[in-house]
Write a protein of this length. Structure first.
Length: 289
């Protein structure tokens, strides 16, 4: 790898020491997006499905040591993988596998081979990244559209007024225990009906929606200057260890690194780097709780 890759402002810089820098992204219930420079990453696994789209090529390695150079890949949930060589402008999209979109992708039966991961993403091209419009939601929907899968987890609209009430109510109680029964009672609907509305209109189960909402709140809290302990309590996790366990199992990243890869604003050229070469490796079949 060359020592440094040049970059256009706001698109990131790939460094030789295995760092991500110059990127920006968001986390939303059901998905998380990073757009920027991607460096090397040691072998790791996580619960989210990972979709990679590079403006050029990246080199990936699967759990059996097989390598593949490709411009895009769909990496199934819980599959060990490594980034051997990154790219200065790359999308990393992490998707909840239990969402409508995630289940559609999983149903295609991807194998553990890196070659199969690249083949699954053959419809994803660098042209997806070439538009000036880089609103995260629009970019994610273009990716899902190119893959031919449901985009509801991004565009899900609370068409039912009670579901809208539930979505507005949840952030007010997310720092403590959250139950379907409590939320159902608060908005005046049965448990079963509210569960169905989350699945049908949002494309995500109530339980997983709450978990991703907690992750979003925790990351925002860390970005606001909170300690991991403060962020964990604000988001309703037991403690910082619980928060760290969930973020590592979901994304393969500690919460502090995840927070650095998530920002509501495009970065400046001197923004903080994110080192990923020393990511912890969660259990292959670990599940966030």
């Amino acid at each position: 790898m060359e020592p440094t890759y040049g970059d256009r402002r706001g698109q990131g810089r790939l460094m030789a020491d295995g760092t991500w820098s110059g990127g920006f992204g968001v986390i939303r219930p059901g998905w998380q997006l990073y757009l920027g420079a991607v460096g090397q990453a040691a072998e790791h696994a996580h619960h989210a499905i990972q979709i990679v789209v590079a403006d050029g090529q990246v080199e990936l390695r699967d759990g059996e040591g097989r390598r593949q150079r490709c411009q895009a890949a769909v990496i199934p949930a819980n599959e060990p993988h490594a980034i051997v060589e990154g790219n200065p402008r790359t999308v990393m999209l992490y998707l909840e596998p239990e969402s409508t979109t995630g289940r559609e992708l999983a149903a295609r039966g991807f194998s553990s081979s890196v070659t199969a991961w690249a083949e699954a993403a053959r419809t994803l091209t660098p042209a997806l990244l070439s538009r000036d419009d880089q609103e995260p939601e629009a970019l994610v929907c273009r990716i899902f559209g190119a893959l031919g899968v449901d985009c509801r987890v991004v565009t899900g609209v609370a068409g039912h007024p009670v579901l809208e009430d539930a979505i507005q109510y949840l952030p007010t109680i997310i720092s403590g225990p959250v139950s379907l029964a409590e939320v159902s009672a608060a908005v005046g609907i049965s448990d079963s009906r509210l569960r169905h509305l989350f699945a049908s209109e949002i494309g995500l189960s109530f339980r997983r929606y709450v978990l991703w909402l907690r992750l979003q709140r925790a990351v925002e809290s860390v970005l606001g200057g909170s300690t991991l302990t403060e962020a964990a309590h604000t988001a309703g996790f037991t403690d910082s260890a619980h928060l760290t366990n969930v973020t590592r199992r979901t994304f393969g990243l500690a919460p502090s690194l995840l927070a650095r890869a998530v920002s509501s604003h495009p970065p400046s050229e001197d923004c903080e780097k994110v080192t990923v070469g020393c990511m912890d490796v969660p259990e292959k079949h670990g599940r966030a709780t």
